[in-house]
Design a protein around this ligand. Structure first.
Ligand SMILES: *[C@@H]1O[C@H](CO)[C@@H](O)[C@H](O)[C@H]1NC(C)=O
Ligand SMILES: *[C@@H]1O[C@H](CO)[C@@H](O)[C@H](O)[C@H]1NC(C)=O
Ligand SMILES: *[C@@H]1O[C@H](CO)[C@@H](O)[C@H](O)[C@H]1NC(C)=O
Length: 225
């Protein structure tokens, strides 16, 4: 049996058919940290972004993120992920899943609609907080070097100065196997996915960014050999 490194697989056909939603921005303040996010709620998950103070004038290289995903398979079950450039191939992918009492994360990369490999660039994720309950898992994080990416000969990035970002999402009801160590996690192909044409509002960029970013002091590596 072929054991693939991961299947963050967005079916090409469903993407071609997708008439993606142009999403109005909602604003959400995390009660614990006080971080104010622009959010774009989808059926299976919600993604939120906060940018550095000049993020609407210059292209930010980092952001504060919020991911809240449903667990239709039961408490602490499933995985979800984002493409920070929209489509699956040649954009930085972030996948997230609950494991024991932690929410683990792994950066991935795919050159086509096939199992992604590990990302080899210098993106770095530190957590502010995470939560797992009967219906959802959630993580708030700082993602540095995440809005410009390169893998081999390919580079790209998001352009926050244009006032929005094209984001992709994927959601699976089944947990990864080998999930103790995020970079070893083997994913079942997701059942649901979509694109978000995410518009920012002016609150996305905040003068509080640095103090919020300082809350992201937790590295959560899982248990790796
Ligand atoms: C942000 O990136 C886009 C795409 O590369 C570019 O067109 C734009 O000029 C950049 N913005 C700034 C302020 O450099
Ligand atoms: C579980 O977490 C979700 C997402 O944070 C929240 O909306 C929901 O109210 C929580 N459920 C319970 C029972 O606390
Ligand atoms: C991390 O930040 C939290 C919230 O500000 C604080 O309670 C905790 O002590 C900090 N931990 C470390 C290791 O600095």
């Amino acid at each position: 049996m072929v054991k693939s490194l991961g299947l963050l697989l967005i079916a090409a056909t469903s993407l071609l058919q997708a008439t993606y939603a142009q999403e109005d921005t909602a604003v959400y303040e995390d009660p614990e940290s006080g971080i104010l996010f622009n959010i774009w709620p989808q059926k299976f998950m919600t993604f939120g972004i906060a940018l550095p103070p000049d993020g609407l004038e210059n292209n930010a290289t980092e952001f504060l993120g919020l991911l809240t995903c449903t667990s239709p398979g039961g408490e602490g079950v499933g995985w979800c992920g984002m493409s920070l450039g929209g489509f699956m191939p040649n954009n930085l992918l972030l996948m997230v899943y609950p494991n024991e009492n932690e929410v683990l994360t792994s950066f991935r990369w795919a050159t086509k609609y096939s199992p992604p490999e590990l990302y080899t660039g210098d993106a770095e994720l530190t957590q502010v907080s995470s939560a797992i309950n009967e219906t959802h898992y959630s993580v708030i994080f700082r993602c540095q070097n995440c809005l410009q990416w390169n893998q081999g000969e390919t580079s790209g990035g998001a352009s926050t100065s244009t006032g929005g970002a094209m984001l992709g999402w994927a959601h699976a009801a089944t947990s990864p196997t080998e999930g103790a160590c995020p970079d070893d996690a083997v994913l079942e192909r997701h059942e649901n996915n979509g694109l978000i044409d995410a518009k920012f509002n002016e609150q996305v960029a905040s003068s509080n960014y640095e103090s919020w970013a300082a809350l992201a002091n937790s590295t959560v590596p899982g248990t790796c050999a």
